[in-house]
Design a binder for this molecule. Structure first.
Ligand code: IPM
Ligand code: MN
Length: 353
């Protein structure tokens, strides 16, 4: 098959980890006789430096003209330490998600037997964990208006807005995932306090009535934040809004053993965006120490979700599994001794083996 992939390395460790995922894709091309045309684009701080815009028109055109997008990370301390900065790298990612209509962010969380020691949680608690967070991605408090500051700068506000339609379309996605899994959806909200959460509950509960094959559970996000650690095996599909999903998915990475191994897919429109859930880890940028596995596994999700290449996707997942089992891991996992590029080389080699 011939496919075009937009590659957006972004900031911090982005370029290094994306390079390893590209190696994996090259191995897949070779092994399965595909042709992936890779075209690189700018986003984030790198794009601001070059064009003044964190998501330039040119990058948007590249994305809409491609079959899928592979993305690294975004964020730069030079903006984090400047609260007055009007243009911020993160706006690039938010703009891209929104402009491409990527309303569903899919974040699978599972424990790897080879990494059970890497989790600070007890083995019996995390072994066998397998759930997926379905996070609403282009609405809620991330996008609601009004937002900003009062004229005298003494008041700041963000607005959380959700419409029925926005909740319904992500609910449909979550139920579709549940259908092919353990048939359980857990809605996480704060319906005891927030009006938006009460609308979520209303819409999701109504939808569930017409889908009796799927069990629906509604939990408060604060109590679920505890249960993700104390009873992670109770979850199958977690359905939640933008901000809660952002937080709970980072928390859930503790189960897997490292934030460096959780991939994600953002879908909804005709094009899919694939990225690790972690950020740009600026302290590690250029040092060849960051874990590339989350990005490599994101490339596996890309092959499965956007191209329907199941066997190819599995070949990547198995190669990553093998690298973990044989100890080819970076320092975030059990003080691994291997560099970013060495792990990438091993995985690319294992795909072809
Ligand atoms: C994520 C990140 C982003 C988010 C940031 C970089 C804007 O934390 O993908 O989880 O909050 O969505
Ligand atoms: Mn996040």
């Amino acid at each position: 098959m011939k496919k075009k992939i937009a590659v957006l390395p972004g900031d911090g460790i982005g370029p290094e980890i994306v390079e390893q995922a590209v190696k994996a894709l090259k191995s897949i091309e070779k092994k399965f006789q595909h042709e992936f045309e890779l075209e690189y684009g700018l986003i984030g701080a790198a794009a601001i430096d070059a064009t003044g815009n964190p998501y330039p028109e040119e990058t948007h055109a590249l994305c809409t003209g491609s079959d899928a997008i592979l993305f690294g990370a975004i964020g730069d301390p030079k903006y984090d330490n400047d609260p007055s900065a009007k243009i911020r790298p993160e706006q690039g990612l938010l703009k891209m998600r929104s402009a491409l209509g990527l309303y569903a962010n899919i974040r699978p969380v599972k424990s790897y037997d080879a990494l059970l020691d890497a989790s600070p949680l007890k083995t019996e608690r995390v072994q066998g964990v397998d759930f997926v967070v379905v996070r609403e991605l282009i609405s809620g408090i991330y996008f609601g208006k009004p937002r900003g500051r009062s004229e005298d700068q003494s008041i700041a506000y963000d607005t959380c807005v959700y419409t029925r339609e926005e909740i319904l379309r992500i609910t449909e996605k979550a139920f579709q995932f549940a259908k092919n899994r353990k048939k359980k959806v857990t809605l996480l909200d704060k319906a005891n306090v927030l009006a938006t959460s009460r609308l979520w509950r209303e819409v999701v509960t109504e939808y569930a009535k017409n889908h009796p094959d799927i069990e629906l559970e509604c939990n408060y996000i604060d109590s679920a934040a505890m249960e993700v650690i104390t009873k992670p095996k109770k979850f199958d599909v977690i359905l939640t809004e933008n901000l809660f999903g952002d937080i709970i998915s980072d928390e859930a990475s503790v189960i897997a053993g490292s934030l460096g191994i959780l991939p994600s897919a953002s879908i909804g429109s005709t094009i899919g965006l694939y990225e690790p859930i972690h950020g740009s880890y600026p302290q590690a940028a250029g040092k060849n120490i960051a874990n590339p596995m989350a990005t490599i596994l994101s490339a596996a999700m890309l092959l499965e979700y956007s191209f329907g290449m199941l066997e190819e996707s599995n070949a990547i997942v198995q190669a990553v599994d093998r690298a973990m089992q044989e100890g080819f891991v970076t320092e975030d996992i059990n003080n691994g001794q291997y560099s970013t590029s060495a792990v990438g080389d091993k995985i690319a080699e294992f795909i072809l083996a």
